[in-house]
Design a protein around this ligand. Sequence first.
Ligand code: 5MM
Length: 341
Amino acid sequence: MSNTEQLREMAKTLVTPHKGILAADQSPRTMNKQLEALGLPPEAELRRKYRQLLFTTEGLQEYVTGVILHDGTIRNHADDGTEFSDLLIAKGVVPIIKVDKSTVPHTNFEGEVVTQGLDGLADRLQEYYDMGARAAKWRAVFTISENTPTEQNILFDCMTLARYAALCQEAGIVPMVEPEVLFSGSHSLERAEEVTTMVLQKLFEQLQWNNVDLEGVILKSSMVLAGSEWSEQTSAADVAQATLRTFMNSVPPEVPGIVFLSGGQTPQRATENLDAIAELEAQEGGFPWELAFSFSRGLEQPVQEAWQGKDENIEAAQAALIKRLQLNSMADQGTYDPSME
Ligand code: 5MM
């Protein structure tokens, strides 16, 4: 099979119907903040134990096609010495590596950030391929305010995403391109739709300019929501309509799949919105792309609450993960029942 065919096949596998992707790629800094919120010390061993809890969850593979890992996690191992990547591969779960090196302020553009990490990326991708990674993720972040995002900020990050995607495909790795339009802010739903459409149009323009094979790409997107500080929160049906319109106006049909980040919504709200999107899909007789979830906080928040850093809570924490995954798998089919919460 040619490289292109393999990439296309892997991209399709990642968006297998009714399954999602677990985003467990918190940087040590973010993971430490999450530990501290539980009253736990920000220690490497606790971070390892937490990832072990997630990846050893029985039945994980029934609901996820892949797990996104941070560099420190793909190099880490379970108690018995099994590398985390091997543990996932043995379950039929694809290790996905986060390859961006986070954001830095965009010089001369107040209030905006750009994502870094292109230097040495081709070599790093080769190394990750050898460790078993078959997909990679890169996140760009856009803030909505009266004056942002600027055209320059959108262009810079989309050019970077396209370069990263081209390097991934060259290395036999499926790029998961994640332009996150932040939920935080006091913008309306209409403004969120306008910005997300602008960002996605620029992103696909840049991917095409760079001759990236769109059939071998996964889009990781925000849902289109009014800002967290906006006077009224958007109903699930309105989120679904706005999100669909945005994608129809920006995402080429060749793209095999779009997966959602949860973006700071409560786990329940993220699931409810996913369900409304799937219901709309059924009403419309299907979308050109497969849709799925790729939540981090939206899946892990209840797990962390149940765990509390205690070994005796591992079983309860794993049960909380399976429950959240089941609910999202149902939502992906438009059959989520809030009374099951
Ligand atoms: C886990 O968060 C990921 C990485 O964040 P940091 O580098 O800031 O720690 C992030 O890219 C995540 O994969 C997506 O944003 C989805 O997470 P949410 O919580 O929005 O579902």
